[in-house]
Write a protein that binds this ligand. Structure first.
Ligand code: ASP
Length: 443
């Protein structure tokens, strides 16, 4: 059994947190490959080391007059690591590493290099603490000349390297380009590294340790104390993440998904919780008809009406072309017999609205055009909805009882998600009504 274990920044923010992580890793021999993030926040108003590094590098590339501030910031970063080393009673020193970092910063080596040092240094400490081998991600995670992740090359190098390594720490978040230059993934990218490593070693499980016990059915800022999701499929997760649920980096799904490796989201501060298991598919019956309910606010809608529009070849294409010409992305597009409605992000649309209206008039000569703003889209997602009759009926009667007016309904043909448009100010009431009817009212 092989497990790849990734620990997020808050799990590694201090020596105390490192000790919890050490305990978790030592508990199971299968936890052989470890991906650390950089130290995160110790308290809500603390600063992540990655952000400290970005800021410090920002000073390094300015004139000499910022030198003192630069030195202070670099020292503050070093202090964070030194405190961890001391708290773990390790005999290593990062003095030489910091000398190299200072030299490289003064050569203006690049922002990605600067940010990557957070994971790199944490990896050195983690390897020393566990007695695992340290592998610099720059040697095994590869990007091409354009800076795109090179999955084929990486898999080749990484699987060969790890085949001869029983236990290793590979820092998350970065790799290197063909010229050796360090390149990072986007923020939160250690999740992606973990997934790439899991694929390379054909892991049985990719454990992603963070500070929550998995995904929740709804956002706790909207629903009071929502229940956790036990098992979720990759497709459901995509739907929920797209509409706002965050825990895992979006790109972290792809490498493991191709290999059928499950991801288990776990809580470092509560390791006995089972967390959420993310799988390709499952026969296990979901606990509730819905897996999750989430949404986003601040959309605008443009309704285009024209008699007999459905018999006009290319009508939709011409309307959509207007949005493309104005570089506006489209979120949803429900249609009727003589109408089509386009949902867009309000902030993207607002300043271009008159151009879009004129464009649509020119393109299709509609009978009528109507704009609405301050709309929210809510996604109700669940593989269980397919097998259950009356799901939409329950949703809409719950919304009616909560006095929420439904502006739009769109059910994907997979029957795995229903998108509902409501007014922004009904957003919380709508999510609570849906959560209530499926989770609190078990019938
Ligand atoms: N340390 C990086 C960040 O703060 C990457 C990560 O934590 O995954 O975004």
């Amino acid at each position: 059994m092989i497990k790849v274990v990734k620990f997020g920044g808050s799990s590694l923010a201090s020596a105390e947190q490192f000790k919890k992580v050490g305990k978790i890793i030592r508990k199971e021999e299968s936890r052989r490959y470890v991906i650390p993030s950089a130290p995160g926040k110790r308290t809500p108003d603390d600063t992540k080391v990655t952000d400290m590094l970005y800021s410090c590098y920002g000073l390094a590339i300015l004139d000499d007059e910022y030198e003192e501030e630069f030195e202070n910031q670099l020292m503050a970063i070093k202090t964070r690591y030194d405190e961890i080393i001391k708290g773990l009673e390790l005999s290593i020193s990062l003095d030489d590493e910091f000398k190299t970092i200072r030299t490289n910063f003064s050569k203006k080596i690049g922002r990605d290099y600067a940010a990557s040092r957070g994971e790199y240094l944490n990896g050195i400490i983690m390897a020393a603490y566990l007695g695992y081998e340290f592998i610099d991600a720059a040697d095994v995670i590869k990007f091409d000349e354009e800076g795109n992740f090179d999955g084929v090359k990486t898999n080749e190098i990484l699987s060969a390297r790890l085949a001869e390594t029983k236990q290793a720490v590979i820092p998350g978040f970065y790799g290197s380009m063909p010229d050796g230059k360090v390149k990072t993934f986007s923020r939160g990218g250690s999740d992606v590294t973990g997934s790439i490593v899991a694929k390379a070693v054909h892991a049985d499980m990719y454990e992603n340790w963070t500070d929550v016990s998995g995904f929740l059915i709804a956002d706790p800022r909207v629903v009071n104390n929502p229940k956790a999701i036990d098992v979720i499929t990759y497709r459901e997760l995509r739907e929920l993440s797209y509409m706002g649920a965050t825990v895992l980096h979006e790109d972290a799904i792809f490498p493991v998904r191709k290999e059928g490796i499950p991801i288990n989201i776990r809580n470092t501060n509560s390791p006995e919780d089972k967390g959420t298991l993310i799988v390709e598919d499952t026969c296990r019956k979901p606990r509730f008809v819905i897996t999750g309910v989430t949404g986003k606010k601040d959309f605008a809608s443009i309704t285009v009406e024209k008699a007999m529009m459905n018999s006009e070849v290319g009508f939709c294409k011409k309307v959509l072309q207007v949005f493309e010409d104005n570089a506006i992305s489209i979120e949803h597009m429900p249609s009727g017999i003589d109408t089509m409605t386009i949902f867009v992000h309000q902030d993207e649309f607002e300043e271009k609205e008159q151009k879009v209206i004129a464009g649509i008039h020119r393109a299709v000569e509609p009978d009528f055009l109507e704009l609405e703003s301050d709309l929210a889209l809510i996604a109700v997602v669940g593989r269980g909805m397919r097998a259950t009759r009356g799901t939409s009926g329950r949703i809409f009667s719950a919304l009616a009882h909560a006095n929420v007016n439904v502006k739009m309904i769109d059910q994907g043909s997979s029957e795995m998600n229903i998108i509902i448009g409501v007014r922004n100010h009904d957003f919380n009431a709508a999510i609570n009504a849906i959560y209530d009817i499926f989770v609190n009212t078990m019938i």
